[in-house]
Every structure is written in structure tokens, then in C-alpha cells.
Design a protein around this ligand. Structure first.
Ligand SMILES: O=c1ccn([C@H]2C[C@H](O)[C@@H](COP(=O)(O)OP(=O)(O)OP(=O)(O)O)O2)c(=O)[nH]1
Ligand SMILES: [Mg+2]
Length: 153
């Protein structure tokens, strides 16, 4: 087996496998943004129902990073399965098990998931910490207060 070369932008993340049956997260292709997360439990999710599923892993990210739990597009398009809180935010200081809040948006069909199924993907990103400076008036801008469709359809 050959080990993929370490990309120049790689960041070291500590991984704890809480369930030894879960594979270590791995990028399926070199340019992928996310690693897939699996469920350690079987579940049947009724239309409109939501469920919080364990992934069997915990991580420790360096300060200045966060990980975001994103939906998988295949599950979304084929079955209407998304995340209630997309994207879920995993803080650098969080040491608990990463969990996935799935929702079945299909109006008719339940979704059956089995232990080991890939249910979401985790994207590790740098995040800035803002230093907030309170002011009486914000500086003007081209957009101003326009939003929520102000540019038309
Ligand atoms: O999809 C997710 C979202 C969050 N978390 C974990 C990691 C995160 O660091 C923690 C708290 O998440 P968040 O801040 O979004 O939840 P909250 O409702 O604000 O809880 P808290 O009061 O604990 O911050 O829960 C997950 O495992 N999966
Ligand atoms: Mg919070």
C-alpha cells in the first residue's frame, strides 16, 4: 500500500476512535474538501423526522480551526436527506463525539440507514476570531442595507 504524499496545506488533527469498528476518516480523492462520516447505529428516519446519529470519532483541532459537518449531495438528491443544522460547527475545543443531525425531507419515503453508512462529510477550515469594536455609525458602502432579494431575481 502506498501512502499519499502530505499536501503542503495539511493541518494535523488528533483523532480518537470511540468505536474501533469505524474506519479512520480519509479523503476519497486528493482534492476533496471533506472526509465522510459514518453512522455507528442503524436508523430508520420517517418522512419529516430528524435524528442525531453518532459517528464514533472525536477530534482535537488546533486553535484557529473549526470543522464543519456538511450534507452529502448524493443522500440529499436521492433520498431528501439533509442536516438540520447544515453546516454543523465543531469547535476546536470540543472533545466529545462528533454527531450528525439528519433530517428526512422526503414527504413520503422513510430512509433506512445501516451502521457504517456514510451520512455526512467533515470539512476542516481555518477560522478567524473577530475583535469587535463598537461604533455609533458603520461606514457607508455600495450595498448599504439592501439584502434579502434587493437585487431582484
Ligand atoms: O453537527 C454538529 C454540530 C455540533 N457538534 C458538537 C461540536 C460542537 O463544538 C458542539 C456544540 O455545537 P454548537 O455550538 O453548534 O451547539 P449549541 O447548541 O450552541 O451547543 P453549546 O451550547 O454546547 O455550544 O456540538 C457536533 O458534534 N455536530
Ligand atoms: Mg454553541
Amino acid at each position: 500500500m502506498t501512502t499519499a504524499p502530505r499536501p503542503p496545506h495539511a493541518v494535523d488533527v488528533l483523532l480518537q476512535r470511540l468505536d474501533p469498528g469505524v474506519p479512520a476518516p480519509a479523503y476519497a480523492h486528493p482534492g476533496d474538501a471533506g472526509v465522510d462520516l459514518v453512522t455507528t447505529l442503524d436508523a430508520e428516519v420517517a418522512p419529516g423526522e430528524r435524528v442525531l446519529l453518532p459517528t464514533g470519532i472525536a477530534i482535537a483541532l488546533p486553535d484557529g480551526y473549526a470543522a464543519f459537518v456538511h450534507p452529502r449531495s448524493g443522500l440529499a438528491v436521492k433520498y431528501g436527506v439533509s442536516l438540520v443544522n447544515a453546516p454543523g460547527t465543531v469547535d476546536a475545543g470540543y472533545r466529545g463525539e462528533i454527531k450528525v443531525s439528519l433530517v428526512n425531507l422526503d414527504p413520503r419515503e422513510p430512509v433506512v440507514l445501516h451502521r457504517g453508512d456514510r451520512i455526512a462529510q467533515l470539512v476542516v477550515q481555518r477560522v478567524e476570531h473577530a475583535v469587535f469594536h463598537e461604533v455609533e455609525r458603520l461606514p457607508g458602502s455600495d450595498r448599504g442595507e439592501g439584502g434579502f432579494g434587493s437585487s431582484g431575481r
